[in-house]
Design a protein around this ligand. Structure first.
Ligand SMILES: [Zn+2]
Length: 172
């Protein structure tokens, strides 16, 4: 429900981001995914049902990745390049499976814990402390508070003179 506001905030800030979307949600809200692409954002794969992969038989884990990629590709017209496993949980087998589907598995260097709702001041100081060039910051978009979190983060990045971009936009 907050996605349009989030995308609007990014647009007004001139910032592009990578969204790791759940295939089932992309299917349910295709216009949000299309708005992401229209805004110059990157859309990554976060499985179809948001399931933890390690306990699954490998064929099922691959099915989750493949179905999410197919769903996103159908909506965006672009191949999906990046994958983030739910909970950050993986095995060597899931990494190889992602690779075989043309996906690079992407983790993060900074998890400020926005989903635990520690309060804006705490989040902002965590973001500020860990912000650095080449870092990947993990944020969630499923609670209204995230708009305040993102607003604070954009301000911190501006103050620290760190330019924000997509995963694909990171220097190699
Ligand atoms: Zn997740």
């Amino acid at each position: 429900m907050y996605e349009p506001l989030l995308l609007d905030l990014l647009r007004r800030s001139g910032v592009r981001a990578t969204f790791f979307v759940i295939g089932r949600n992309a299917q349910a809200y295709p216009y949000f995914v299309q708005d992401m692409v229209a805004g110059g954002h990157e859309v990554g794969n976060h499985t179809y049902h948001h399931v933890r992969l390690p306990p699954l038989p490998l064929a099922d884990a691959m099915g989750e990745m493949r179905l999410a990629s197919e769903t996103i590709r159908a909506l965006t017209g672009q191949p999906v390049r990046y994958f983030r496993p739910p909970g950050g949980e993986y095995t060597p087998e899931t990494l190889h499976a992602a690779e075989s589907l043309g996906l690079t598995t992407v983790f993060w260097t900074d998890d400020p814990g926005d989903f635990t709702n520690p309060g804006d001041a705490t989040l902002e100081s965590r973001l500020k402390r860990q912000l650095r060039p080449g870092g990947i910051v993990l944020l969630h978009d499923n609670a209204p508070e995230m708009l305040d979190v993102l607003r604070g983060f954009l301000r911190v990045a501006r103050e620290e003179d760190v330019r924000l971009t997509t995963v694909g936009g990171l220097p190699k």
